[in-house]
Design a protein around this ligand. Structure first.
Ligand code: AGP
Length: 609
């Protein structure tokens, strides 16, 4: 999730661009850059690391010019380096582009351009755009952008500037957000409101397929057929802090609601239903190499560990490869059985968790091949791994992990199918079935999020309890574990989770009307078993909140409250079923008046053992 800012007006563009990029800091970044046009030349400045590195460079020798574009990069293709930082230029250095999104066909476009003699200087998908627009440029930048975008598959929000067109910026979006800001004799482009809220509250939300032509005098918007579009100007009344959360009260709630997009981004370009296969070359392991592993060990902490448990169930069920899941903090001290025939999959949002990093190094020392399932590109654990399947979830600001968890689980869904196909356990038709189910996930998650208000109302009944028990079976035992962790780490209510079948071996002694039980009881091969566990709870005056499948009215006779989710294949249920539990934990904590985004004693990345 990168940040884009564009400015055209009477003021110094660099001041406005750098300030705007700082307001997009919450979107995360590992490099940043600006490009300013002045007197027929482009002044390009790029720096890796914190935004202040760019700011210091710009302050030392301020670029002149009152039109420019800027970008903070959250790397998806290519590591955080100066060469991979945006803006990217074409070979002549005449035009610059900044981009947020994923160009799914960039490999094909890149080889076409290289075939025409174009030399590339970065590993990014964005650089392809710069050269592609240049290849169509004959003096009309808008025409060249339209022609280039007609060739692009995937998602983008872009801003484009040509040194010979110092009187206009071109913006466009498909699948990634882009707004235009309306000023007096000056106008703006941005990924998000905070970047320009200090200068204007008159915002135009561009829609997918639209192209904006921004001059000092006006903002004009065109549809994909190049027809002019009447647009609505929205007046923004938020303050700056609220704007960074896109109007949500907390980053956690914003990130919960981002999941339809983050999950779609994580699957983009990697699942091919028509071909009946996954495109996971980026993991750096061929099907032949994957066939060489006799066992898999998954290493992680916290929420990532629970995602690993889902991974175990999926990989063993589909690929029939034995899988162990280990807490990273335990792994390295128990003399684990690891060798060259072991594939270690390490899972981490931050890629900086000390326990996980140390465990990965120990696994490598013992001869294992390490594959990372990680959100932050170029993080320490990602650099230790032999290959990575990046989550593409975008920065997760709230300490409490939500969208990263579901992206980890989606990553395991892709890996388990890919592994199974690689070892001959699934054929193309079967893979098509799994991919068809995965493609339903973003829309199903969006449907559940529509019930946010209903879950908030339910949460209001449970803010005073001191203990909770979460129950789940099979693929949704980890769902129960994750639901309990969400509640306990932000509401400070004691919550533990058990495999539902395990309740009779002890926890049932705890059941009273003072300890609500949350049961993941959606349609599945083990539904009847979970239902009987629910009846055991009810027989002891327990209170039961069930996550159940829409249409299952009968369950209401057995439980006190029902959180319905859409019907889906069990394969994708760990993602579908965790969404109401994320919202339940969030709303209970919020109603208890706690600091949801920064819970006491917790850090977003535990970089100490
Ligand atoms: C999750 O809500 C917690 N914040 C914590 O358990 C976290 O998942 C754990 O610390 C691992 O972090 P990582 O994914 O960045 O390695």
């Amino acid at each position: 999730m990168c940040g884009i800012v564009g400015y055209i007006g009477q003021q110094s563009a660099s001041d406005i661009l750098v300030e705007g990029l700082k307001r997009l800091e919450y979107r995360g970044y590992d490099s940043a850059g600006i490009a300013i046009a002045d007197g027929g030349a482009l002044d390009l400045r790029r720096e890796v690391g914190k935004l202040r590195n760019l700011e210091n460079q710009v302050l030392a020798t301020p670029p002149k010019g009152s039109i420019g574009i800027g970008h903070t990069r959250w790397a998806t293709h290519g590591r955080p380096t100066t060469f991979n930082a945006h803006p990217h230029t074409d070979a002549s250095g005449d035009l610059v582009v900044v981009h947020n999104g994923i160009i799914e066909n960039f490999v094909a476009l890149k080889s076409e351009l290289q075939g025409a003699g174009v030399k590339f200087t970065s590993d990014t998908d964005t650089e392809v755009l710069a050269h592609l627009i240049a290849s169509y440029y004959t003096g009309d930048l808008v025409d060249a952008v339209f022609k280039a975008l007609d060739r692009v598959e995937g998602t983008y929000a872009i801003a484009v500037l040509h040194r010979r067109n110092e009187d206009l910026l071109v913006g466009a979006r498909r699948g990634s957000p882009l707004i235009a800001g309306i000023g007096e004799g000056e106008n703006y482009l941005a990924s998000d409101i905070p970047a320009i809220l200090a200068h204007t509250r008159q915002i135009v939300y561009l829609e997918d397929g639209q192209v904006a032509v921004v001059t000092r005098e006006a903002v004009k918007v065109f549809d994909e057929k190049r027809q002019p579009v009447d647009y609505h100007i929205t007046r923004i009344d938020w303050n700056l802090v609220a704007a960074e959360k896109a109007g949500f009260e907390h980053f956690m709630l914003k990130e919960i609601h981002e999941q339809p997009t983050s999950l779609a981004n994580g699957m983009a370009g990697r699942i091919a239903e028509r071909e009946g296969r996954m495109y996971l070359d980026e993991i750096g392991l061929t099907p032949e190499q994957l066939r060489g592993f006799k066992r898999i060990t998954i290493i992680a902490c916290g929420t990532a560990y629970y995602a690993g448990l889902v991974g175990k169930y999926l990989i063993e069920d589909l690929a029939r490869i034995p899988v162990e899941v280990d807490l990273a903090s335990e792994f390295r001290y128990r003399n684990p059985v690891i060798d060259e025939e072991t594939l270690v999959i390490t899972v981490s949002q931050s890629g900086e968790t000390a326990d996980t990093l140390a465990a990965v190094r120990e696994a490598k020392r013992r001869g294992a091949t390490v594959l990372g399932l990680i959100n932050v590109i170029g993080s320490a654990i990602a650099r230790e791994a032999h290959g990575n399947l990046y989550l593409h979830a975008g920065p997760e600001i709230s300490v409490c992990s939500t969208k990263a968890y579901t992206s980890m689980v989606a990553g395991f869904m892709m890996l388990s199918v890919h592994l199974a196909q690689s070892v001959g356990k699934l054929d193309e038709t079967q893979v098509q079935h799994y991919i068809a189910e995965m493609k339903r996930i973003p829309a199903l998650v969006a449907r559940i999020l529509e019930n946010d208000r209903g879950i908030r109302e339910l949460a209001s009944r449970f803010t005073s309890y001191r203990d909770f028990l979460f129950l789940g079976r099979g693929l949704n035992y980890p769902t129960a574990l994750e639901g309990a962790l969400k509640l306990k780490e932000i509401s400070y209510i004691h919550a533990e989770a058990y495999a539902a079948g395990e309740m009779k071996h002890g926890p049932i002694a705890l059941i009273t009307s003072e300890m609500p039980v949350v049961a993941v009881a959606t349609d599945s091969p083990v539904y009847d078993k979970v239902l009987s566990n629910i009846q055991e709870v009810k027989a002891r005056e327990g209170i039961v909140i069930a996550v159940a499948t829409e249409g299952n009215v009968a369950i209401q006779e057995h439980v006190d409250y029902t959180l319905y989710v859409p019907a889906c294949n069990t394969f994708i249920s760990p993602i579908i079923n965790v969404i109401p539990l994320q919202l339940l934990g969030y709303h209970i904590a919020r109603l208890r008046g706690l600091d949801v985004d920064q819970p006491r004693n917790l850090a977003k990345s535990v970089t100490v053992e």
